[in-house]
Design a protein around this ligand. Structure first.
Ligand SMILES: Nc1ncnc2c1ncn2[C@@H]1O[C@H](COP(=O)(O)OP(=O)(O)OP(=O)(O)O)[C@@H](O)[C@H]1O
Ligand SMILES: [Mg+2]
Length: 334
């Protein structure tokens, strides 16, 4: 058993991933904590806690410690990290020497201090911080030293980050507070307004994943949802058509497309020509929503690449950094 452990953590609004270097293992868990209503003791985190979300038992509250990419509940975030790290280490002994932690591009000094304070609660020997777009690009196999420009769009749960990189640096990053969570909310509201039917956000997310699309790339189909009729006030089933979901997703999708347009408008002709030739790379769980390549092609005439398991791109990039901390030193903050 190695004496030293090295760990990478991508703390996301919707899902977090921890990577343990010594046995090359990934732990992927929703960023949710279930607590006793009157206590600060976590009953469960991750998948188990998310399963309790929306059930509202009187003695349990389920908290999402991040909102829009940043910590919204410091204390609960700390509990989440503690449990996630413990789970990732799988009762292994040994000193955690290097910890690499991912920061949203737009994290302010105050927010960076908050993340650092969280990590300093653990007995890590060294803490390295990397901004998310660098890790996302490395995870998507984009060579950062390349002098030609690349466009990486990270479609996360709380945020969408549209980044242009070139020559080891970030030329520009536009961070929007719109992501998968906003899409879930739009689906919930559309079903409430159009069908007078209440569903929870967890159900809305499941609907998005199973039946959602943002271009006519799937055959429209009816499917059944379970929820609560707002007029009759008791549980019911309801037939919904997948085209309703596409319509519901249009508002957040338009916001993201406008963000991409804004980002492209301010680039030099050289960068635009590089990006036109190479296309855009989509990462983050939201890249799996059906129809992004078609929408981006139609609006910007750009081809789109989606790496395998795009929700693991950031952690894959972090793994590369951990493997060669010396090489990637210029990208790190300590
Ligand atoms: N197959 C799918 N279709 C559509 N959306 C999906 C799919 N799989 C996952 N998602 C969505 O991807 C989002 C999570 O992506 P990701 O894990 O990259 O976000 P995050 O890192 O937690 O968020 P952020 O980077 O904003 O802090 C969720 O909103 C989830 O519903
Ligand atoms: Mg993310």
């Amino acid at each position: 058993m190695p004496l030293f452990q090295h760990l990478a953590i991508d703390l996301g609004t919707a899902y977090s991933v921890a990577y343990l270097f010594s046995d090359d293992s990934f732990l992927w868990e929703p960023t949710f904590v279930a607590l006793k209503r009157d206590g600060r003791f976590p009953l469960a985190i991750g998948r188990e806690a998310k399963a309790m979300y929306g059930l509202n038992p009187s003695n349990i509250r389920v908290v999402q410690p991040l909102a829009d990419g940043v910590i919204s509940d410091f204390e609960v975030c700390s509990l989440y990290l503690q449990c996630l790290i413990k789970k990732a280490l799988k009762k292994k002994r040994g000193i955690v020497r290097n910890v690499l932690f991912c920061l949203p591009w737009g994290a302010t000094d105050v927010e960076v201090r908050a993340y650092r304070k969280q990590l300093e609660l653990f007995p890590f020997s060294r803490i390295f911080l990397v901004r998310e777009p660098y890790a996302a690009a490395l995870g998507a196999d984009i060579s950062l030293e390349n002098p030609s420009g690349s466009l990486v769009i990270d479609l996360g749960g709380g945020t969408t980050e549209i980044t242009v990189l070139s020559l080891n640096g970030i030329v520009q990053c536009v961070s929007l507070k719109v992501g998968g969570n906003a899409m879930d909310l739009s689906i919930k509201q559309e079903i409430e307004n159009r069908h007078r039917f209440s569903i929870g956000l967890k159900t809305a997310e499941e609907i998005k994943i199973r039946h959602g699309s943002i271009a006519p790339v799937i055959e429209d189909h009816d499917f059944e949802i379970k929820g609560f009729h707002r007029l009759y006030r008791f549980p019911r089933k309801k037939q919904i058509n997948s085209s309703d979901i596409r319509q519901a997703l249009e508002v957040p999708v338009q916001k993201i497309l406008s963000g991409i347009a804004y980002s492209l408008e301010s680039l030099t002709p050289e960068l635009i020509s590089d990006i036109s030739a190479k296309g855009a790379v989509l990462v983050g769980g939201g890249a799996l929503l059906k129809g992004w390549p078609e929408r981006i092609k139609k609006r910007f005439n750009l081809s789109v690449q989606i790496p395998e398991n795009p929700h693991f791109c950031v952690i894959r990039g972090m793994k590369k950094i951990l493997l060669d901390l010396k090489k990637y030193q210029p990208l790190l903050e300590e």
